[in-house]
Design a protein around this ligand. Structure first.
Ligand code: ZN
Length: 516
């Protein structure tokens, strides 16, 4: 296969000082080894190396300054460093980097330990990382894989307006469908009463002239999808995150939330509930690490002769549906799984003190909305370029017969739809410059609440959160769960010392009943 290297010039920057904050940091030699290895993997060629043994707490490092000057002159457009905190630990130097990103002088910032995305969120988190010594982020391979997976997934949301909206070809935005929009709002209202089945909603819509594109009654799944689509509240889902849309909402967030409660309530299996536990809470969440199939659950009741009682346990295991691979994985008890999943949530939760700090920073950011629009559009264009590159690479793989036609077509469709989405983003950016602030705020609050959810007993809440954090990247093998968090969860990993770690939940039967 032909390898295509990124046609950009990179500088390498490594730094370690005698500061207390730098005590935990790798030696310069180690940084160099790791960065060079990373560069090889990413296909990046290093133009020049800058090595400094000075604190970054105050501005004015000579070697850093000379590197920045060279970048300003256009001698390189990318920097490789071990972690953002190597580049800056003060707002002046951090600001210089961000400014160079905004003006397009720096087009790539790459770290083996930190995933940076040139989006407003990415820049915001980067800025925090510059100012904070507490940041550390996970390993190289996880980051690289995650980045690729994420980019592939991003194009999922099609550009076609959902039912209730119409695409406006002139403005490229979506407008409320004056006929169908109000009917849809009524449907939400009806469902929120918790007296209708999904079929009833489908019938209601059909009576009012809303059908599928094939002119048939909408199926249950589709109704469920519609009823849980945040687009109708003015938000939209993209890349596993919620974004604030520029379209007008059809229903209120309050009504939407109520409908979500009803949906959740009605989808609960009709099993016995005790201790707030819902049986089989973690199904459709994990994949088997050995064969890739879905992890499913089983309820087993054990009878104890000695005490004359029975206890019910929930076990999770691979569904072993693979036709090509024998899977030798065994069971795991729900309690053990729960404790591991809770630990995973803990790891990406945001400490409470950080919540207020970040929310405050967001407020400042909002005031200072002088961010350069052109620079952001530039960033998006780079992302589109990256997709073009991937398309080329994909075609090469296909032509070299590394992948089969089906895989090629599927991936291509994914990439194209992703590209389309980016292009749309470029077109609508001017209106949505600060649109990320709202979702970011929501996310910060959510991330700060994550530790509480991890500690709590509401397994379905945990599942919902795990889906948000990991998407479908959770794997179970040898009774161990592993997963790579999605952004922005992945970027924010504060030091464990700043967190309230709790011991894992006790191992006791999920459901315990005395025989009558
Ligand atoms: Zn398996």
């Amino acid at each position: 296969m032909q390898t295509i290297s990124i046609p950009q010039k990179f500088f390498l920057y490594a730094r370690k000082s005698t500061d207390v904050e730098d005590k935990q940091v790798r030696s310069i030699e180690d940084q160099l080894i790791e960065i060079r290895e990373f560069a090889t993997k990413e296909g990046i060629s290093i133009q020049e190396e800058f090595i400094e043994k000075q604190s970054a707490k105050i501005p004015g490092r000579p070697i850093f300054n000379s590197m920045i000057e060279k970048i300003e002159k256009g001698q390189a457009s990318g920097i490789l460093a071990w972690n953002p905190d190597r580049l800056a630990r003060n707002s002046v130097d951090g600001g210089r980097i961000i400014y160079l990103i905004d003006t397009g002088k720096i087009r790539f910032l790459k770290f083996p330990t930190f995933w940076f995305e040139p989006t407003p969120q990415g820049k915001f988190i980067l800025n925090l990382a510059f100012g904070q010594s507490k940041y550390y982020v996970d390993s190289l391979s996880e980051n690289t894989k995650r980045g690729l997976r994420q980019k592939v997934r991003r194009g999922e949301r099609p550009g076609i307006a959902p039912i209730g909206y119409l695409n406006n070809k002139l403005t490229k935005k979506i407008d409320i469908d004056k006929k169908k929009g109000p009917i849809l709002a009524l449907a939400f209202g009806i469902y929120s009463q918790n007296e209708s089945r999904l079929e009833d909603i489908s019938n209601f819509l059909a009576r009012n002239g809303i059908f599928s594109r094939g002119n048939k009654k909408l199926k249950r799944d589709r109704i469920k999808y519609i009823l849980s689509d945040p687009i109708y509240t003015g938000l939209f889902r993209f890349s596993g995150e919620l974004h604030e849309g520029i379209h007008k909402p059809i229903i209120s967030k309050k009504l939407f939330d109520k409908v979500q409660m009803v949906l959740k309530d009605r989808s609960k299996p009709v099993h016995i509930k005790e201790n707030g536990r819902i049986p089989k809470a973690f199904t459709r969440l994990l994949h088997c690490g050995e064969c890739g199939m879905m992890i499913t659950a089983e309820i087993k009741t054990k009878f104890y002769k000695e005490t004359n009682h029975s206890a019910t346990y929930i076990y999770y295991r691979c569904s072993k549906k693979s036709q090509i691979q024998d899977c030798r994985q065994s069971y795991i008890r729900e309690e053990a799984l729960n404790s591991q999943l809770s630990d995973l949530i803990q790891k990406v939760s945001l400490p409470q003190d950080w919540k207020y700090k970040i929310l405050n920073n967001l407020k400042i950011e909002e005031k200072d909305s002088s961010q350069s629009c052109a620079a952001f559009v530039q960033m998006k264009k780079i992302e589109v370029e990256a997709i073009n590159l991937k398309l080329q690479r994909l075609l090469d793989s296909y032509l070299d017969q590394i992948i089969d036609r089906n895989t090629y077509l599927n991936k291509k469709a994914e990439l194209l739809s992703q590209k389309k989405t980016f292009e749309e983003k470029i077109n609508t950016f001017e209106q949505t410059q600060n649109a990320w602030l709202g979702p970011m705020r929501t996310w910060v609050i959510e991330a700060a609440d994550a530790a509480n959810i991890a500690r709590g007993n509401d397994l379905s809440k945990k599942k919902v959160l795990l889906k948000k954090i990991f998407g479908s990247n959770l794997y179970l093998s040898n009774k161990k769960v592993r997963g790579a968090a999605l952004n922005p969860w992945a970027a924010l990993r504060a030091a464990p010392t700043s967190r309230n770690l709790v011991p894992p939940a006790g191992i006791e039967p999920a459901i315990f009943r005395l025989r009558t």
